[in-house]
Design a protein around this ligand. Structure first.
Ligand SMILES: [Zn+2]
Length: 95
Protein backbone atom coordinates (compact mmCIF):
# COMPACT_ATOMS: atom_id res chain seq x y z
CA UNK A 1 0.00 0.00 0.00
CA UNK A 2 0.96 3.63 -0.26
CA UNK A 3 1.30 6.19 2.45
CA UNK A 4 -1.96 8.22 2.49
CA UNK A 5 0.04 11.28 3.41
CA UNK A 6 3.02 11.39 1.06
CA UNK A 7 2.07 8.55 -1.36
CA UNK A 8 5.33 6.69 -0.85
CA UNK A 9 5.16 2.94 -0.75
CA UNK A 10 4.99 1.58 2.77
CA UNK A 11 5.29 -1.98 4.04
CA UNK A 12 4.22 -1.49 7.62
CA UNK A 13 1.78 0.81 9.34
CA UNK A 14 4.43 3.49 9.70
CA UNK A 15 5.72 5.40 6.72
CA UNK A 16 9.52 5.39 6.52
CA UNK A 17 9.44 8.51 4.40
CA UNK A 18 7.31 11.03 6.26
CA UNK A 19 6.68 9.30 9.57
CA UNK A 20 2.95 8.98 9.01
CA UNK A 21 1.60 6.34 11.38
CA UNK A 22 -1.35 4.39 10.07
CA UNK A 23 -2.09 2.81 13.41
CA UNK A 24 -2.68 6.25 14.93
CA UNK A 25 -4.92 7.40 12.10
CA UNK A 26 -8.64 7.69 12.57
CA UNK A 27 -10.38 5.09 10.41
CA UNK A 28 -13.81 5.90 9.10
CA UNK A 29 -16.43 3.79 7.40
CA UNK A 30 -16.96 4.93 3.83
CA UNK A 31 -19.35 2.23 2.71
CA UNK A 32 -21.53 -0.60 3.90
CA UNK A 33 -21.78 -3.47 1.49
CA UNK A 34 -22.87 -7.08 1.42
CA UNK A 35 -20.65 -9.97 0.46
CA UNK A 36 -19.22 -10.53 -2.05
CA UNK A 37 -19.16 -6.81 -2.91
CA UNK A 38 -16.78 -6.24 -0.02
CA UNK A 39 -14.09 -8.26 -1.80
CA UNK A 40 -14.55 -6.23 -4.95
CA UNK A 41 -14.23 -2.93 -3.14
CA UNK A 42 -11.30 -4.02 -1.01
CA UNK A 43 -9.35 -5.27 -4.00
CA UNK A 44 -10.16 -2.09 -5.93
CA UNK A 45 -8.97 0.16 -3.13
CA UNK A 46 -5.90 -1.93 -2.48
CA UNK A 47 -5.04 -1.86 -6.16
CA UNK A 48 -4.82 1.90 -5.77
CA UNK A 49 -2.53 1.52 -2.79
CA UNK A 50 -5.18 2.54 -0.27
CA UNK A 51 -5.08 0.83 3.12
CA UNK A 52 -8.40 -0.87 3.87
CA UNK A 53 -9.96 -2.51 6.89
CA UNK A 54 -13.25 -4.34 6.92
CA UNK A 55 -15.57 -5.18 9.74
CA UNK A 56 -18.46 -7.55 9.45
CA UNK A 57 -21.61 -6.88 11.37
CA UNK A 58 -24.38 -9.29 12.05
CA UNK A 59 -27.59 -7.74 10.88
CA UNK A 60 -29.95 -9.29 13.36
CA UNK A 61 -32.80 -6.88 12.70
CA UNK A 62 -33.25 -8.14 9.15
CA UNK A 63 -35.62 -11.12 9.10
CA UNK A 64 -33.99 -14.31 7.95
CA UNK A 65 -34.79 -15.00 4.33
CA UNK A 66 -35.01 -11.38 3.25
CA UNK A 67 -31.52 -10.00 3.56
CA UNK A 68 -28.00 -11.25 3.68
CA UNK A 69 -26.85 -12.26 7.13
CA UNK A 70 -24.05 -9.83 7.46
CA UNK A 71 -23.10 -6.47 6.13
CA UNK A 72 -19.54 -5.36 5.87
CA UNK A 73 -18.21 -1.95 6.76
CA UNK A 74 -15.36 -0.70 4.64
CA UNK A 75 -12.93 1.44 6.60
CA UNK A 76 -10.15 3.63 5.29
CA UNK A 77 -7.97 6.21 7.02
CA UNK A 78 -9.83 9.50 7.31
CA UNK A 79 -7.05 11.35 5.52
CA UNK A 80 -7.75 9.40 2.34
CA UNK A 81 -11.49 8.85 2.65
CA UNK A 82 -12.44 11.35 -0.06
CA UNK A 83 -10.15 9.69 -2.57
CA UNK A 84 -11.42 6.24 -1.64
CA UNK A 85 -15.03 7.37 -1.99
CA UNK A 86 -14.34 8.82 -5.42
CA UNK A 87 -12.87 5.51 -6.50
CA UNK A 88 -15.76 3.36 -5.37
CA UNK A 89 -18.31 5.79 -6.78
CA UNK A 90 -16.85 5.05 -10.18
CA UNK A 91 -17.88 1.44 -9.80
CA UNK A 92 -20.97 0.81 -11.91
CA UNK A 93 -22.26 -1.86 -9.54
CA UNK A 94 -21.87 0.15 -6.39
CA UNK A 95 -25.03 1.65 -4.98
ZN1 LIG B 1 4.53 9.08 4.10
Amino acid sequence: MNCPSCKEHMESSRCPSCGYDLSREKWISIKKVYPPDDLVLVSLLRSHGIPVKIQSLEVSQIPVGIGPLAEVNIYVPEIIAAQALALIEDLPDAE
